[in-house]
Design a protein around this ligand. Structure first.
Ligand SMILES: NC(=O)c1ccc[n+]([C@@H]2O[C@H](COP(=O)([O-])OP(=O)(O)OC[C@H]3O[C@@H](n4cnc5c(N)ncnc54)[C@H](OP(=O)(O)O)[C@@H]3O)[C@@H](O)[C@H]2O)c1
Length: 399
């Protein structure tokens, strides 16, 4: 038996024709030459669980990040083979071995500026998912390098290698000219995310794009950001216009991941742009008050006070301090992040959402034992009318 297995393993051939992955097996030298299998979906086996194969071989760029682990987990559970390209230490990604069955999670070193290393990572995949993105510039990579150039490069190489599906994660509010709120010149993140989408569509017109709002979940940069001691100053929290004119529609990480996996299988997702937003819209002020109630940092108990960021003398000093450590901003505070938090999430009625991919959206209130429910505010952009619907005012007495 052991001998047969050895012979089978030795004679497994991987052939690639016209950019399509093809796998065929020749057990003995006397066997006739095998016909290459032109589609991985023909190799499907099992009932769809972790130990089956659902026909998806996905390369997930950015798998070491926050959303990456949710996506890999969902892919692995459904019997996909996952290729995890990584650039840093193997220790950053090795825990992802557990997301799939034995031998179904493979790791490949890559460099974002080296085409050959990227080709190696996507060579045998029929799906490529791009989760690479940054909210702040680092020493070696500007926001443009990361959000535009790399996205375009990956889309180009995926097209060249004959990948069937390319999924790109952008950001809600991606805009060529985002309004300036706090930082001179406005948000470079939103601008580069918009340019990244354009670049991806140019190189891979059938790409599926997701535009997430703020994503919350374990290890996120939304709830944790506001909970960090460096974000507040003693008991006070400075927010743009006290957060009373900003509306957010946060989405659960697991819902975004479920939609990405659904898009890998859904032929209707081809070429579409989805808005990854949660089921409810909240005033930022309501959300922040709510978070502080849960953290037991109420005004009465802790002295929590929210005031206008524009009159805060401490934030500019904090931004100078964090810019001294460009790769790891303290408490995730960066000029970009502070600028972005004042932007209202713009929901476009004309674009599909995660529900169109069959995802049942998770309510934020179900995730944590909320004691105070904020008033849901509505503000969506009607492209036909060319105007915003009027929001309802925030809670008059927050605490
Ligand atoms: N989280 C949110 O609330 C949110 C909201 C809107 C949009 N998004 C977008 O959703 C995507 C995933 O978000 P996330 O929260 O998972 O991000 P994340 O935790 O910051 O992870 C980013 C990933 O991108 C990789 N990466 C960053 N710069 C890179 C570079 N120069 N070269 C190669 N790889 C690089 C990182 O790899 P290393 O580990 O090697 O650094 C990491 O795997 C991103 O595009 C992000 O912009 C996120």
């Amino acid at each position: 038996m052991a001998c047969t297995t050895l012979v089978l393993n030795k004679s497994t051939l991987l052939i690639r024709t016209q950019g399509l992955p093809a796998i065929s097996v020749k057990c003995f030298s006397t066997d006739p030459d095998p016909k290459p299998i032109k589609s991985l979906s023909l190799l499907k086996k099992g009932t769809g669980g972790r130990s089956s194969f659902n026909g998806i071989v996905a390369t997930v760029f950015g798998a070491s990040g926050f959303l990456g682990r949710y996506v890999c987990n969902k892919l692995g559970k459904q019997g996909s083979q996952i290729i995890v390209p990584y650039r840093g230490d193997f220790g950053d990604v090795h825990r992802l071995r557990l997301v799939g069955d034995l031998g179904q999670v493979l790791f490949q070193r890559f460099q974002p500026r080296d085409d050959e290393s990227i080709r190696k990572a996507i060579k045998y995949s029929n799906v490529v998912i791009n989760l690479v993105g940054r909210e702040f510039a680092t020493k070696n990579f500007s926001l443009h390098d990361c959000n535009v150039e790399f996205a375009g490069r990956l889309a180009r190489l995926s097209k060249e290698m004959g990948v069937d599906k390319f999924i790109h994660v952008s950001a809600l509010n991606a805009d060529p000219n985002p309004p300036t709120l706090y930082i001179p010149g406005g948000s470079k993140f939103y601008r580069t995310k918009y340019q990244g989408e354009k670049e991806v569509k140019r190189e891979f017109p059938g790409a599926t794009i997701f535009r997430p709002s703020d994503i919350y979940g374990q290890g996120d940069r939304f709830l944790r950001y506001y909970a960090h001691y460096f974000r507040s100053f003693q008991q006070t929290l400075a927010v743009y216009k006290k957060g009373e004119e900003t509306i957010k529609q946060p989405v659960f990480a697991s819902d975004v991941a479920a939609a990405i996996v659904a898009a890998c299988k859904d032929p209707d997702a081809f070429g579409k742009t989805y808005q990854a937003v949660g089921p409810k819209r909240y005033y930022l002020s309501d959300l922040l008050d709510w978070f502080h109630v849960i953290m037991k940092k109420t005004h009465e108990a802790h002295g929590y006070t929210r005031y206008d960021l524009r009159y805060d003398p401490v934030m500019p000093i904090k931004l100078i301090i964090t810019s001294l450590f460009p790769g790891t901003p303290m408490g995730d505070i960066s000029p970009e992040r502070v600028e972005r938090e004042g932007h209202t999430d713009i929901f476009r009625k004309s674009l599909p959402t995660l529900e169109d991919l069959g995802v049942q959206l998770t309510n934020m209130e179900d995730q944590v034992p909320w004691e105070l429910k904020p008033s849901a505010a509505f503000l969506s952009y009607d492209e036909e009318m060319g105007e915003f619907e009027k929001p309802v005012p925030p809670n008059p007495v927050p605490l």
